[in-house]
Design a protein around this ligand. Sequence first.
Ligand code: URA
Length: 199
Amino acid sequence: MNTPMDKDTHYNPLDVLATTVSQCQACELACTRTQTVFADGNASAKLLIIGEAPGQQEDETGTPFVGRAGKLLKQLMEMVGIHRSTDVYIANILKCRPPNNRKPLPAEVVACKGFLIQQIQLVQPKLLILAGSTAVEGILGIKTPISKIRGQLIESPFGMPAMPIFHPSYLLRNPIASPEKPKGLTLADLSLCKAYVSV
Ligand code: URA
C-alpha cells in the first residue's frame, strides 16, 4: 500500500548520502568548515572528476571547483567540448576544507574516502578523472608523480579506468598553453577523456 510519503518522496541515494555527509563529525575538519562540499554536475554523467579538497570559495558556497582553479578547469573542459553542467560529475577526496588550504592529512582521507567510494558506486561513471596527486593517491594508492602517469588510462579498483591529469591549481602557476607544457598536455588529456566516453 502506498503511503503519502511514497507518493511524494523520490528516494535519491545521492541526496541521502549528501545529508549524511553534511552531518559528518568523523574528523577535526568538522570544527573548522563552514559547510560540507558534496558534489556538482550531472549524477548520470560518464565522467567523474575527483579533486583534492574544498578551498575557501568552495567552503563558502558548498560547491566544488568554483574558485580560480575551478574556473580554469571549466574553461579547459569547454575547449575540448566537455560541459560542466551536463557532461561531468565533480567531487573531491575530502568534503571539508582543510584550514589554510593545507594538504589533506592521511587520517582525513581515511575518514572521508568512504563517501567518495559511495559516490563512485552510485554514479557509475565510465571514467574517473583524477586531478592532482591527492586524488591519484586516494583512488589508486600510488605516489607516482602526475607528470609520469598523466594522460594514461589506469585500472582503478572501482570497475572503471582512471585518468590522472595535472591539478588546475598547478596549471594556474604554469599558464603557458603550448602543447608540450602542462596546460597543453592537460587539454590533450581531457580530449582523450572525452573520446573515451564518446565511443
Ligand atoms: N576546489 C575543489 O573543489 N577541489 C580542488 O581540488 C581544488 C579547488
